[in-house]
Design a binder for this molecule. Structure first.
Ligand code: ATR
Length: 283
C-alpha cells in the first residue's frame, strides 16, 4: 500500500478493534479498485469518542469511517445528520463526510438482507422469522426484516424486558408487522412458533466453545432457514445442529462483507469489489 500526500483516510472506531476483519476487507477493496486510500483501526475508549469525532471533522482527506462496539449508539448525537436507516435502527455503523458534515448511516440491516438474498436466495416477504437477541445487531436485523415485508417476527431474548422494548420499537416503525416476544432459554422449542421459516441468531452465544444451547436445537423445523451472525467460528453449534436437521444454514460472513461493501459504496460512489472483499475476509 502506497501512502502519499493524496491518500484518503478511512477509520474503524471501536473499543477494542484488534479482532476486526474490516481493515483487511477494505484494504482489499481499495487495492482492487486502485483507490489511493488507507483504512486504519482506531481504538477509542468511550470517554474519548467526542474527541475522536472532532478529529474526523478536522480531516479534509477523510474518506469515511466505520463504527463498531461500543460506539454505535453513543456516536449518534455527535453527528450532523442521520440517514433514515440509521435513524430507524438507532445506531450508526458508517460515517460519511458530505460537504463538511458528518452523516451517520447504518448498513448492517441492508447488508444482512443482501447476504440472505445471495446465500439463501430468500427475501423476507411473507416469511415468519424468529430473531434471537435484543441488542444492537438484533435491532438492525429485526428492523430490516420488518421493513422488507416479513409479516410476523418473534423476538426471543434471555432478558424478556429487552425483547419487549425492541418489539415496541419495531412495531412503532412497522405497523403491518406483527411482533411478539419470547423468553429465550435452552429448553424452548422453536417449533412452537407457527410457520417459522427463518431463524437468525444475533446473540454472542456460540462464540465460545462450551456455550450452552440457545434453545432446544432438536425442535428446529427441517424447512427453516438458519442464519447466525457469528462468523468466527465459521460453524457454531446452532449452525451444526441446523445442518444436521437438514436446514439451510449460513454464518455471518455474508453480512460482514455486504455491510462493508455498502459502506465502501457510500464513501466512494463506486460499486464495491464484493468478491475481493469476501476473499480477504475468508483468508
Ligand atoms: P450486540 O449489540 O452485538 O447485539 P449486546 O447489546 O451486548 O450486543 O447484546 C447481546 C445479546 O446477546 C443480548 O440479546 C444478550 O441477551 P440479554 O439481553 O439477555 O443479555 C444475548 N446474550 C449474551 N449472552 C447470552 C447467553 N449466555 N444466553 C442468551 N443470550 C445471551
Amino acid at each position: 500500500m502506497k501512502i502519499d500526500g493524496h491518500t484518503r483516510l478511512a477509520f474503524l472506531l471501536g473499543y477494542p478493534v484488534s479482532h476486526s476483519a474490516s481493515p483487511a476487507m477494505h484494504r482489499a477493496a481499495f487495492s482492487a479498485t486502485g483507490l489511493n486510500a488507507a483504512y486504519l483501526p482506531w481504538a477509542v475508549a468511550p470517554a474519548h469518542l467526542a474527541a475522536a469525532v472532532a478529529g474526523l471533522r478536522s480531516m479534509e482527506n477523510l474518506l469515511g469511517a466505520n463504527v463498531t462496539v461500543p460506539h454505535k449508539g453513543a456516536i449518534l448525537p455527535l453527528l450532523d445528520a442521520l440517514t433514515p436507516e440509521a435513524e430507524a435502527i438507532g445506531a450508526v455503523n458508517t460515517v460519511i463526510p458530505r460537504s463538511g458534515r458528518l452523516v451517520g448511516e447504518n448498513t448492517d440491516g441492508a447488508g444482512f438482507l443482501l447476504a440472505l438474498q445471495e446465500e439463501m436466495g430468500c427475501r423476507p416477504e411473507g416469511l415468519t422469522a424468529v430473531v434471537l437477541g435484543a441488542g444492537g445487531a438484533a435491532r438492525a436485523v429485526a428492523m430490516a426484516l420488518a421493513q422488507a415485508g416479513s409479516p410476523r417476527l418473534v423476538l426471543a431474548n434471555r432478558t424478556a424486558t429487552r425483547a419487549v422494548e425492541l418489539a415496541e420499537h419495531i412495531s412503532s416503525h412497522n405497523p403491518r408487522c406483527e411482533v411478539t416476544v419470547q423468553t429465550l432459554h435452552p429448553s424452548w422449542r422453536v417449533s412452537q412458533v407457527p410457520e417459522i421459516r427463518l431463524l437468525v441468531n444475533t446473540t454472542s452465544v456460540g462464540l465460545h466453545p462450551g456455550d450452552p444451547p440457545l434453545f432446544d436445537y432438536d425442535s428446529l423445523p427441517v424447512l427453516a432457514l438458519v442464519s447466525d451472525l457469528i462468523y468466527r467460528p465459521a460453524e457454531t453449534p446452532l449452525l451444526r445442529a441446523a445442518r444436521r436437521r437438514g436446514c439451510r444454514a449460513v454464518n455471518g460472513f455474508g453480512m460482514l462483507v455486504h455491510q462493508g461493501a455498502l459502506a465502501f459504496e457510500r464513501w466512494t460512489g463506486n460499486r464495491a469489489p464484493v468478491q475481493a472483499m469476501r476473499d480477504a475476509v475468508e483468508r
